[in-house]
Design a protein around this ligand. Structure first.
Ligand SMILES: [Mn+2]
Length: 403
């Protein structure tokens, strides 16, 4: 079986609020589908955050419909798990289910339950793909596979943060990750039985192994949504599976927007670097991101900005962030000319986990997200101990009619 592993396409995102950047996102998704068709794969495995939002805009749906239809006409299956971005908030229907209803995708998991499918390729090889949405991620570490018979190979498809990867890629401390995510969220804790672990959620490329030697792979997002996600190249993985055999390699994407990152000591250095760029090498106008150590005078700032503005009006660069005109620049000796982060979404689960006792937060997350799969509300009503805890937590809060 041959498949493409991709993650975090974030259809519908418009980094920095720019329409050109939204187009970049769709172009990257188109390229992923082009690659899958060119390599004549059996399937595409998407590890989540296919959409940027749980209520995607029309253009995002259009991109998904258009390119998934091309996969379908080429006889290529599309399997996906839900990431945190597309997870159901109130309606209980993830946008991925719309794709499934149109027979364009198979959603393996978009709740707290994992799900799996058995794929049989032309040679009779049976591969089970076990999917874990970001709400089912903890099940990835539980040593209990489906127990189906006659399976030749298993692949895990999961949207989750592993602390060994995050501490390197996102520079989050391991202890903080263990507290925030899970103490067992490590490559080495992924159980035996998988030939390949296809992950999503980290927007940068990372490769690890389970203690049994299976590759644990984050391809990274198909576009950088902000400067912290910058990599000079972006990838999908081409994976070949057979009985007792796995081979995988990175396929570089050509469409992602280039960046010029300048980390300079002085204004003069910034200007020299900008003047020495060979603009002809770029297939798209780059985004410029500049930091200057040592502070800048107003004149130097004006000089840099006027150069950037002329580069932009000549169509050589797409975007830069205007300089800070006040604040910590000169005092701290550090000025950042940086794009404003557009990434302001708040994970409701994080908020709830901070407010409620741990065992209660699980119920409340589900209720807030409009799910009642396991009869949560009726269990909550019956669970006297839990209600007591909630009551204690809020007994200090004045009721509305006390005012
Ligand atoms: Mn993501």
């Amino acid at each position: 079986m041959r498949f493409i592993h991709v993650s975090d396409t974030h259809l519908g995102a418009a980094p920095y609020g720019l329409i050109d950047r939204e187009r970049d996102i769709y172009e990257a998704f188109k390229e992923v589908v082009d690659i899958a068709i060119a390599h004549k794969v059996d399937a595409v495995l998407h590890a989540g955050d296919m959409f940027h939002d749980s209520n995607p805009k029309a253009a995002a749906y259009l991109s998904a419909f258009k390119h998934l239809s091309r996969l379908r006409s080429s006889g290529i299956d599309f399997y996906v798990v839900a990431g945190n971005h597309e997870t159901i908030k109130a309606t209980g229907v993830s946008p991925l289910r719309v794709l499934e209803a149109l027979d364009l995708a198979r959603v393996l998991s978009d709740s707290s339950t994992p799900g799996s499918v058995v794929f049989e390729d032309g040679s009779g090889l049976k591969v089970e793909v076990v999917g874990f949405s970001h709400r089912a991620f903890d099940r990835l570490f539980i040593d209990r596979l489906s127990g189906r018979d006659g399976i030749d190979a298993r692949v895990a498809l999961a949207h989750t943060i592993l602390c060994d990867a995050a501490s390197i890629v996102m520079k989050i401390s391991e202890s903080r990750c263990r507290e925030d995510i899970s103490g067992s969220a490590y490559s080495i804790n992924i159980p035996k039985g998988y030939s390949y672990i296809a992950l999503g959620d980290l927007h940068k490329n990372w490769e690890g192994r389970t203690r049994y030697g299976a590759p644990v792979i984050y391809p990274g997002s198909t576009e950088a949504l902000n400067v912290s996600e910058y990599m000079d190249k972006r990838y999908v993985y081409l994976v070949e599976l057979d009985r007792g055999f796995v081979d995988y390699r990175r396929v570089e994407l050509r469409s992602p927007r280039p960046w010029i990152i300048i980390d300079a000591e002085t204004a003069r250095e910034v200007i020299e670097r900008l003047n020495s760029v060979s603009w002809g090498v770029f297939s798209k106008e780059p985004i410029v991101y500049i930091t200057v150590k040592g502070g800048l005078s107003r004149i130097d700032k004006d000089r840099i900005v006027s150069l950037l503005n002329s580069l932009r009006s000549e169509g050589k660069i797409l975007y830069y962030r205007g300089p800070l005109t006040a604040g910590r620049d000169v005092d701290s000796g550090y000025l950042a000319i940086e794009p404003k982060e557009d990434y302001t979404s708040v994970d409701i689960e994080d908020v709830i986990k901070n407010i409620f006792p741990e065992d209660a937060s699980r119920y409340i997350v589900d209720i807030v997200e409009g799910l009642d799969e396991d009869g949560i509300i009726s269990r909550l009503v019956e669970d006297k101990g839990l209600l007591d805890k909630l009551y204690k937590r809020f007994s200090g809060v004045r009721r509305l009619d006390d005012y």
